[in-house]
Design a protein around this ligand. Structure first.
Ligand SMILES: [Cu+2]
Length: 163
């Protein structure tokens, strides 16, 4: 009888310790040791992505396309706006007027404006239409332009005819 009583008395204690054991706080994280080769691969992939991003946003890529000589000595070039400026690098001659005709095909609101900071010009580009920017004879130089949020970029290179 007393043995039975002893078991009955100890049962809750035993149960309690069993539960407590199960609920012992698990470690918040565990360190997995990866092979060095894998760590290097992940590091290299990360650096490559950073380099690609810098190239994409800061680099000037593509070959410059020259504006053609149009009527009355006005140089002309059409730039298609579709995911970017095509071409994004435009070459023109200094000292002659230039007409940049932007033909916008991209519905993204991002490309609804094109800004030429050096000329203090902002051009609204209605979708599906061609909008022209007339520039007076311009000295040689590099004149970047970009979309309303400065994410899509192009550059106008004005060079001396003699050069
Ligand atoms: Cu934009």
């Amino acid at each position: 009888m007393s043995a039975l009583l002893a078991v009955a008395l100890h049962l809750p204690v035993a149960l309690h310790s069993a539960v407590a054991l199960h609920l012992a706080p698990a470690p918040l994280w565990r360190t997995h040791h990866q092979p060095l080769a894998l760590q290097l691969v992940v590091l290299a992939a990360g650096l490559a992505l950073i380099a690609a991003e810098l190239w994409w946003f800061l680099g000037r890529h593509g070959v410059a396309v020259a504006a053609r000589a149009g009527e009355a000595g006005v140089q002309e070039i059409t730039i298609t706006v579709d995911g970017g400026y095509l071409p994004s690098k435009i070459q023109a001659l200094a000292g002659r007027p230039l007409r940049l005709a932007f033909h916008r095909l991209d519905p993204s609101g991002c490309l609804a404006q094109v800004i030429f900071p050096d000329f203090h010009k902002t051009l609204d580009l209605p979708l599906g239409a061609t909008t022209s920017l007339e520039l007076p004879p311009t000295p040689a130089g590099i004149y970047p332009f970009h979309c309303g949020m400065a994410m899509v970029r192009g550059v106008l290179e004005v060079v001396d005819p003699a050069a």
